[in-house]
Design a protein around this ligand. Structure first.
Ligand code: ZN
Length: 309
């Protein structure tokens, strides 16, 4: 497989207060893991800043205006419960969008089979009209809309294995059967949504909640019986992954006991899905993952699996 990785030093310039879990060191830890010779063939590209219009693929103009208003000239501004902006945060968030759409363009052009976007801030909690949970713009939703509008994708699947429910992605695609949204996550946990009976208006939302202290086996059972079963019916022509690594057992924000090999396994299953109906096309976007070692190991194996197919 040819795998692209999109990165940019601007992602380190989105500043948060001391002690905040969603911190620049997350990307530094991943970068160190990527120095291993295993990643010699990984094609690393610098993400460009995305146009503000991309935001409107998934959000209201009000939302974009309120994010722009939240950006301080200096220091750090708390503009939502646990979400902060610094002077370069808008630049970072827009560059995350730029990396995501470049990744989509590359897999549809056949320049890459798949791609990983190592950006922050993350995106999956951002609703149509509301930033939430460290997230400004819903990057994965914008990538899905871009694939539809520019590349004619007809059946986009978004698989979200971040330990927190992707409430924002669910909100954006609630009544849109052209997108299948599948999520595994811990319940009870922030943001409180993601019950099995939240199915969207056209059964295009599939939630697979996990109880606290669930093991890798529990995760794999839920992934097989709910996520993979739904994907088999849907036959996506493009697969997006909201790749959070906070279900790792070391993560401080949740109580699920996955190991890095569980993310490798799930990646392999999605490669099978994409190989069957999507001409291998997968774009994976970094969401959460707050233990530096757990994140680096898990994201490292995930990227290596994307490369090896
Ligand atoms: Zn998370």
């Amino acid at each position: 497989m040819t795998t692209h990785l999109y990165e940019n030093p601007i992602f380190l310039e989105h500043k948060v207060p001391e002690g905040h879990p969603e911190r620049p060191d997350r990307l530094r830890a991943l970068n160190i893991a990527l120095e291993h010779p295993n990643f010699a063939e990984l094609k690393r590209l610098e993400a460009s800043k995305g146009d503000e219009d991309l935001v409107l693929l998934a959000h209201t103009e009000d939302h974009l205006r309120s994010i722009k208003r939240a950006i301080p000239d200096d220091d750090i501004n708390q503009f939502e419960a646990d979400t902060y902006a610094s002077a370069m945060s808008l630049e970072a968030a827009l560059t995350g969008l730029g990396g995501a759409v470049a990744a989509v363009d590359a897999v549809f052009a056949g320049e890459a089979d798949n791609a990983f976007v190592a950006a922050r801030p993350p995106g999956h909690h951002a609703e149509k009209n509301r930033p939430m949970g460290f997230c400004f713009f819903n990057t994965v939703a914008i990538a899905a809309r871009h694939a539809q509008t520019v590349h004619g994708a007809e059946r986009v699947a978004i698989v979200d294995w971040d330990v927190h429910h992707g409430n924002g992605t669910q909100d954006i695609f609630w009544d849109d059967p052209s997108v299948l949204f599948c999520s595994t996550h811990q319940i009870p946990l922030y943001p409180g949504t993601g019950a099995k009976d939240e199915t969207g208006v056209r059964n295009n939302i599939v939630n697979a909640p996990l109880s606290p202290n669930s093991s890798g086996e529990h995760f794999r059972d839920a992934f097989r019986s709910r996520v993979l079963a739904a994907l088999e019916n849907f036959r996506p022509d493009f697969v997006l992954i909201s790749a959070g690594f906070d279900a790792h057992h070391r993560d401080p924000l949740a109580q699920i006991n996955l190991v890095a090999e569980d993310f490798d396994w799930a990646t392999g299953r999605l490669l099978d899905v994409a190989g069957r109906s999507a001409d291998n096309r997968i774009v994976s976007l970094l969401e959460g993952g707050y233990d530096l070692q757990g994140l680096a190991e898990s994201a490292g194996l995930h990227i290596l699996r994307l490369m090896r197919g």
